[in-house]
Design a protein around this ligand. Sequence first.
Ligand code: SIN
Ligand code: CO
Length: 370
Amino acid sequence: MARRAFLGGLSEAEFLGEYWQKKPLLVRGAFPGFRGLLSPDELAGLACEERAQSRIVRHRRGKYTLEGGPFTEESFAALPERGWTLLVQGVNHFLREGEELLQQFRFVPHARLDDLMVSYAPPGGGVGPHFDSYDVFLLQGMGHRRWEISAQTDMELVPGAPLKILEDFRPEERWDLGPGDLLYLPPRYAHHGVALDECMTYSVGFRAPSAEELTQRFLGWLGEHLRPEGMYEDPGLRPPKHPAEIGEDMVGQVSAMLAQVRWDPAMVGRFLGEYLSDPKPHISFDPPRRPLGLEAFSRRAEARGVRLALPSLMLSRRGVFFLNGEEVRASKAERPLLQRLADDRRLAPPFGPALPRLHAWYQAGWVELG
Ligand code: SIN
Ligand code: CO
């Protein structure tokens, strides 16, 4: 069992067994020498882009306000010296190093991974005491942040606040994190991070869709994929007492029709593959402006390898692949190649039977030359 320095010397299996979804873990010097992946100015630049999801949280005298991006240079110039924080979601969609950082956490299935969020705060900045509904690894980049955490079960929120702020946060532990320190928090664990100096924090977040969301999405998917047969029939109809009344016969017949709706694990797997690999609505791809033809692409790909474009999401289930919300039925010969591409997000040559498919994905901006 390989021990992982960034998990405090635990193996991945030990971390999952003892901490994942169970209790916090603090690892000092988890990523030695880590100072961050981008500068405050570069983060602010991203926050000015339409395709990045960004927020600025400000607080004064215990009151928090929230503003959504994209921002402008003027927005930043108008900010006070203290008491605010900028948060940019999905930094791994813009920065190759961000994606590489996420790859460190591949002991958790890709289907659970959400994204890399990066925050910047001047001294005193933070988003207030709160809890998140997902697992998160908080990696400190530049500067220092004081984290207070609590296992409290009182999750009452300040009413009417524009973001989730715990009404009665009672910290139980407190640590000051510096560059390269890592704090793992399971879902619904109360926490509060305050910048001690100019500080940037990297949050590796894992998605956990609610039962409500999954059910709604699945029922939508099912509606598009089922083709039930038959029609409503009433050859034995008798004159009703109240013509406006929906009769028991009708309710019974429709209930019986709906009871015919069936699904199996293969359909659930297909739904999950399409749903979980579907890029978020603001995501866009950059197809090459003058794409290479198949032959030129093949020559270069065979020399340089290929990789998934940063915003691409690829999952697999039992030899079926899902790329950016689309099901991909690959030939037997292609499967080991596509599995490696899905697992590693990159693929070394030779590509043999997968070349035409890789070329089509390259034309769509889903795959790039390595
Ligand atoms: C932050 O980086 O300021 C906030 C991260 C979090 O508390 O989830
Ligand atoms: Co949080």
